[in-house]
Design a protein around this ligand. Structure first.
Ligand code: DP6
Length: 360
């Protein structure tokens, strides 16, 4: 599948060398992407909050080379990382048709995260979006006329080919990816800003990430997505995602936090129930994940405060709550939930506005 819109005319001339740098955020899905078709096309639409604090900073240096093929070195926090190479090599192969300069340069990719590498927080969304944005910055140096809109759209398109959820990490603060009949402009190819009214209740929404398990995941997202092929409940799940998106359109407008909680928690548990009912089946939640969920439910019932949880493909818990209730809920997290985190570690985050270029 080739999308001509993202192929520019041949460059007049290549630069000898140069650099690009970007800082890009992570995101947390409310309606989850789980299951995909060929070419990184999602099986259902998803919507996410862009985060503010959990970010990846990437610097990309490039220098003309004469040898064939791709050539790059990747450093994470200053240390050469051979493990990242296959994923980046695959990414370059997928996007070369859109960025023909890729094989003309040797690249040095230097990347670092604001969150600890071993935190169990997936860095693929922020990492791939930061890299895609750096590559777009090079394309912009070669084609100074491209618009900001095209820049972001192509960055999202490229990031998706690196890791699906990364296409939702270019802009903020509420991003939709995947075609949905009632969301104008939604697309399977790129993440777009949620186009309708959003109630004040969702402004500056908080996400405190409880680090329950900092280890490597036993099952990667890519393997998990593949298990949705021939999954007995796949079709119902994909339809459910469409109707949950419809429900959220009304909720974002009305500010109905109880309805929001019901959709978000159901999405998280459905994601994990898909994992538990695939063949082979697997469980990514840990005993502490369930301890935290139960404590959130008890606290919510006792106080009437609007705290809820969501999960990504791991054991860590994202605790979501409105800014207006932040003081009480942060206190609850510190006194009641932190004990279930590895070394008591959690990260306080909130809605963010998207990626930013860095001057170098
Ligand atoms: C559970 O984007 O990591 O976080 O496209 O294979 O790289 P690949 O998968 P990835 O999957 C993320 C899945 C999720 C849900 C979501 O973010 O929507």
């Amino acid at each position: 599948m080739i999308v001509n819109e993202f192929i520019l005319k041949p460059y007049k001339q290549l630069l000898e060398n140069g650099a690009a740098a970007y800082i890009a955020p992570s995101n947390i899905a409310l309606v989850k992407y789980w299951g995909k078709k060929a070419h990184q096309i999602p099986a259902n639409p998803s919507v996410s909050f862009t985060l503010d604090h959990c970010k990846t900073t990437t610097t990309l240096k490039f220098e003309k080379k004469t040898s064939e093929g791709f050539s790059f070195d990747v450093f994470l926090e200053g240390v050469l990382e051979e493990d990242f190479k296959p994923k980046i090599e695959q990414f370059f192969k997928r996007i070369e048709i859109y960025l023909p300069f890729l094989s003309a340069y040797h690249f040095v990719i230097e990347t670092s995260n604001t969150f600890p590498h071993s935190s169990g927080i997936a860095s693929s969304a922020s990492g791939m979006s930061a890299l895609a944005l750096c590559l777009m910055q090079i394309e912009q140096q070669l084609n100074p006329n491209i618009s900001k809109e095209f820049f972001n759209k192509k960055a999202s398109f490229l990031a998706r080919l690196g890791s699906g959820s990364a296409c939702r990490s270019i802009e903020g603060d509420l991003i939709v990816w995947g075609t949905h009949a009632n969301i104008e402009g939604s697309s399977d190819l790129v993440g777009v800003k949620y186009p309708y009214e959003v109630h004040q209740n969702f402004k500056n929404y908080r996400d405190t990430i409880l680090l329950v398990d900092k280890g490597e995941k036993q099952v990667s997202s890519t393997v998990g997505h593949n298990l949705m092929h021939n999954h007995p409940f796949a079709e119902q799940r994909f339809q459910q995602a469409h109707s949950n998106m419809d429900a959220l359109i009304l909720i974002f407008k009305s500010g109905d936090l109880d309805a929001f909680i019901s959709i978000v928690e159901r999405e998280a548990l459905t994601l994990h129930s898909m994992m538990m009912s695939s063949d082979p089946y697997f469980i990514l939640m840990k005993p502490n994940t369930l301890e935290i969920i139960n404590k959130i439910w008890t606290f919510r019932a006792q106080t009437g405060l609007h705290v809820c949880f969501t999960l990504d493909a791991g054991a860590n818990v994202h605790v979501l709550f409105p800014q207006s209730e932040a003081i009480e809920i942060q206190e609850f997290i510190k006194t009641e939930l932190a004990v279930h985190c590895q070394n008591g570690h959690f990260i306080e985050d909130k809605l963010g506005l998207g990626a930013q270029p860095i001057k170098i």
